[in-house]
Design a protein around this ligand. Structure first.
Ligand code: AP5
Length: 217
């Protein structure tokens, strides 16, 4: 099963993908997490991606496509995709790769949210560099301040969650990524729109309800 989660930075893709992965037994493939892990490990890909990520721009398609095709292969095509595809070129390549493997996208979920809500979500986010768990200083606090509930490591603020980079990321989303929804609509995919301004657990319930319907249909 392949599920794609779309939505702007801070919409809750990572938060919801972790829950989807658990419920439907899928591998959570976050392009952002894979890039951050490459950076932490000092790989060539990580070095090439750094300046794009830190300035809120997209990493070039070819680097991302190669990285994600490898990840999807390792997951044996049983995955929930978070942050990929992010351009129409990436969406086209994903379709080709899946059809080469005799697979297809089973569901596309689009998290709908106004930009005005996103800045506070992103600047207040804290995440675990070791296990990628996600917290928020107001809405999802860890049990002990600054410490990951799951693995006990020190939480950090992402370098691209500073206000000026957040502004650029939102611009990049509207200029390059929003068109991916149009790409899928044009290809007659059904997109499951979700009101992502509701609380985390309400958003999860809305997504589960729509996906359960699809799975049992
Ligand atoms: P990436 O890591 O993918 O960042 P993003 O898409 O900008 O998404 P985020 O991780 O910021 O947000 P999210 O939607 O996952 O929200 P989250 O659940 O964390 O990409 C980073 C960079 O890598 C890009 O800028 C680019 O340079 C590069 N990159 C990655 N993929 C690429 C690609 N395919 N092509 C090219 N370049 C690529 O939630 C955010 C916060 O809000 C958290 O604190 C959370 O607790 C809180 N929250 C979540 N849901 C709710 C809710 N319902 N109510 C209240 N608070 C909530």
């Amino acid at each position: 099963m392949v599920i794609v989660l779309l939505g702007p930075p801070g919409a809750g893709k990572g938060t919801q993908c972790k829950r989807l992965a658990e419920k439907y037994e899928l591998v959570h493939l976050s392009s952002g997490d894979i890039l951050r892990s490459n950076r932490a490990n000092g790989t060539e890909l990580g070095k090439k991606a750094a300046e794009f990520m830190d300035s809120g721009k997209l990493v070039p398609d070819q680097l991302i496509i190669e990285m994600m095709v490898g990840a999807i292969e390792s997951a044996k095509g049983n995955c929930v995709l978070d942050g990929f595809p992010r351009t129409v070129v990436q969406a086209g390549e994903l379709n080709e790769e899946l059809s080469r493997k005799g697979k297809k996208i089973d569901a596309i979920v689009d998290l709908i949210i106004d930009d005005s809500v996103l800045e506070r979500r992103l600047t207040g986010r804290r995440s675990c560099p070791a296990c990628s768990a996600i917290y928020h200083i107001d809405t999802l606090k860890p049990k002990v301040e600054g410490v990951c509930d799951k693995c006990g490591k020190k939480l950090a603020q992402r370098t691209d969650d500073k206000p000026d980079v957040v502004k650029q990321r939102l611009e990049t989303y509207h200029q390059q990524t929003a068109a991916v929804v149009g790409y899928y609509t044009g290809k007659k995919y059904r997109i499951l729109d979700i009101d992502a301004e509701k609380s985390i657990s309400e958003v999860t319930s809305l997504i589960f309800a729509k996906l359960d319907n699809l799975v049992t249909a």
